[in-house]
Design a protein around this ligand. Structure first.
Ligand code: ATP
Ligand code: MG
Length: 396
């Protein structure tokens, strides 16, 4: 009996026209993720199969748990479709499991098999009852479900386990976007959710040395290392933002400081997105969370860019965001107490309903365009690859 990991696709099967594209992306991602293992990956329209050497299973399963586009997966026995072989092998498999109640679930996509699925489950159920003492059928809440999948080309899969994948689309199904990544709780969660839709991310961190510390930068790098476990690599752009912030501090009334600062961030994001061929900006703004995230603020800040701004956590409560942060293991890093550039210049009374004309007036008081160009030319870029972080604890 050959043992394989049987992978069932998530949402991508509903997108008929794009199916090949999604499957290819998932295949490429799995191939990349498992490149250090002795595996063979077979892709079919309805499933994928990973053939592995037995002693690597414990390491491979958590890796699969980090790949978007997978709905469910099973460690399955792959056999030839033959009733007597099926019967013999399900007894072998059930010998390895402790249970008192069971049911058989048959899926038959090969319609040439002489029994239909109801007949076959009854037949196999009866056979199991005869061969194992003291067990009962329970169709509602069985201890174990013996799955039998009869596929084309004489292939049958048998399994009793079921793992839940992350769902979503494989990363790479969508083009690139830039994630504004601060050291906070919200933006890493937003990055995770964006990747779940198949978006390929590059991260951007605005840094205000010496007002912020190098530890704050390290914190952001640690967050990228967590996020990169869901993809192959993430490029991180570190934007030296000190001069712009100091200029804002000089010319803007304090109540407008954050509004102008965020408009400058968006301007830089847009130019960087053009350079990097990215199609959108992703960030961790959540409606109403702080003064700069009221709808009125968002509108005025948003006016400086035409790029779509994706805000995956816009409508989530903080507690819901924290829940996800804990699941993806970024929470403990995010709550480390290093200053973010935004928190340094926080005014006592930030404007809640800023005015566009007022912003433009303030922005004319300084040659910000020149400063933005200069800042863009000083961006430092590092690439973080997934193999650098092999921690898969704290999974969904
Ligand atoms: P977070 O928890 O992600 O830091 P926040 O609730 O603290 O978010 P803000 O500080 O107002 O909110 O920032 C809103 C969003 O703007 C952040 O989620 C992030 O996407 C982006 N952002 C803020 N500061 C920075 C920064 N220094 N570098 C890159 N992006 C930033
Ligand atoms: Mg923040």
């Amino acid at each position: 009996m050959e043992k394989v990991i049987l992978i069932k696709y998530g949402e991508l099967t509903t997108k008929k026209g794009n199916r090949n594209f999604f499957i290819k992306n998932l295949y490429e991602m799995l191939k990349h993720k498992l490149k250090d293992y002795d595996v063979e990956i077979i892709k079919e329209m309805s499933r994928m199969e990973i053939i592995f050497t037995n002693d690597q299973l414990e390491e491979i399963l958590p890796i699969i748990k980090h790949v978007f586009g997978i709905h469910k997966y099973h460690v399955a026995y792959k056999i030839t479709t033959d009733l007597s072989v099926i019967k013999k092998q399900i007894i072998n498999i059930l010998d390895l499991v402790k249970f008192k109640t069971f049911k058989v679930e048959v899926k038959r996509s090969d319609k040439s098999f002489p029994m239909n699925s109801v007949e076959l489950s009854k037949h196999l159920g009866g056979y199991i009852l005869k061969n194992k003492p003291d067990i009962k059928v329970d169709v509602h809440n069985p201890d174990v479900i013996m799955h039998v999948e009869i596929k084309a080309n004489n292939i049958t899969y048998l399994y009793t386990n079921e793992y839940h994948g992350l769902g979503g689309y494989p990363v790479g199904s969508q083009p690139k976007a830039l994630l504004m990544l601060s050291g906070g709780i919200d933006s890493p969660v937003s990055g995770y959710l964006a990747m779940k839709r198949g978006i390929k991310l590059e991260a951007v961190y605005f840094e205000a040395l010496p007002h912020t510390s190098l530890q704050a930068r390290e914190k952001v790098i640690s967050l990228v290392k967590k996020l990169v476990t869901y993809t192959d690599k993430i490029i991180l752009h570190i934007v030296p933002f000190t001069e712009i912030q100091e200029a804002i501090y000089k010319v803007a009334p304090h109540s407008y400081g954050i509004t102008i600062m965020r408009r400058m961030m968006y301007r830089i994001m847009e130019q960087l997105a053009n350079q990097r061929k990215a199609y959108a900006i992703v960030n961790g703004e959540s409606i109403g969370q702080v003064a700069s995230q009221t709808l009125t603020s968002m509108k005025v800040i948003n006016e400086v860019t035409n790029l779509p701004i994706i805000r995956p956590v816009a409508c989530l409560d903080k507690l819901e965001i924290i829940d996800i942060a804990k699941k993806i293991d970024t929470y403990d890093i995010s709550i480390l107490p290093y200053e973010d550039c935004c928190t340094i210049f926080v005014p006592k009374h930030p404007v809640i309903n800023p005015n566009s004309e007022e912003c433009l007036k303030i922005e004319q008081k300084y040659d910000f365009n020149n400063l933005i160009d200069d800042t863009l030319s000083k961006i430092k870029t590092i690439t973080i690859k997934d193999q650098e972080e092999k921690q898969y604890e704290g999974l969904l």
